[in-house]
Design a protein around this ligand. Structure first.
Ligand code: COA
Length: 231
């Protein structure tokens, strides 16, 4: 794993003005190999740990990875800087109702490499299909159109970009690739929960706030639930 300082120093050159097109050397694709999935979980920890959304077990393990029970049901995506030894600069996941069995051996190796048995229990835990987002509702309900077709819904989660690569279109490209994959895989809608300040970002990518759920707090933050219908 490279150090944060080294990353900052070597990546500063890619900063650009807001709205600039995504440079050709940044490529988004699905993650399937052990090393890149492990790197994505480390990137997630760096980006999301300060927001308090990383599982307590991961914080306690001290391994610097963000892993949870949704990961083996997710399609994972990464953005690579091809001009920098394929460095991973952003990632996201699409939580699906389907167990992505091919991920189990990878997640098992990643969690066991931390030497913390509680992480193994964490990612293997599954009380029944649910979307991460459903935690936000606590008594609220999904609109009927979404509730009735849950098996056709995917949830976008953990869209994270290394600080020095932000505002270059990486986040937007990650979301688009995830949404295109959801559409191609037969999902009818993609949901997400986000902080208020990110609503315009997702609106520009075609999502809209789900009526009636707008005030639901997500992990105690003022949040919005958003949806993009694909069919
Ligand atoms: C949100 C995030 C993924 C956006 O990634 P990104 O690569 O910067 O996204 P893009 O370059 O595709 O789009 C950036 C747009 O988002 C908005 N935005 C991003 N960062 C912003 C900032 N610091 N201040 C204001 N607007 C910002 C702007 O509208 C911007 O568009 P512009 O550059 O044309 O003005 C990234 O900032 C991040 O990783 N944040 C921390 C993790 C997080 O909060 N994830 C979202 C969870 S819901």
């Amino acid at each position: 794993m490279y150090s944060r300082n080294a990353e900052d120093a070597s990546c500063r050159a890619v900063r650009a003005e807001p709205g600039a097109a995504v440079p050709d050397f940044l490529a988004v694709r699905a993650l399937c190999a052990l090393d890149e999935l492990a790197e994505a979980l480390r990137l997630r920890f760096r980006v999301f740990e300060p927001y308090g959304v990383v599982a307590e077990e991961c914080r306690r393990a001290g391994a610097g990875i963000d892993l949870d029970e949704f990961d083996r049901f997710s399609l994972h995506f990464g953005c690579f800087d091809t001009s920098h030894s394929q460095r991973l600069v952003g990632c996201t996941r699409l939580i699906t109702p389907r167990h992505q069995e091919a991920l189990d051996p990878l997640l098992s190796r990643i969690s066991s490499s931390t030497g913390d048995a509680t992480l193994d229990r964490l990612w293997q835990h599954r009380p029944g299909f649910r979307l991460l987002l459903s935690e936000a509702w606590h008594g609220h309900d999904f609109p009927a159109a979404l509730r009735d077709g849950r098996s056709q819904i995917a949830e976008l989660s953990r869209v994270g970009v290394c600080e020095v690569y932000r505002r270059r279109g990486v986040g937007g490209r990650l979301v688009r690739v995830a949404v295109d994959t959801a559409r191609a895989t037969g999902f009818h809608a993609v949901l997400l929960a986000c902080g208020l300040w990110h609503v315009p970002f997702y609106e520009r990518l075609g999502f809209h706030v789900i009526p009636g759920t707008g005030e639901a707090p997500f992990r105690s933050q003022p949040s919005r639930a958003m949806c993009l219908y694909l069919s």
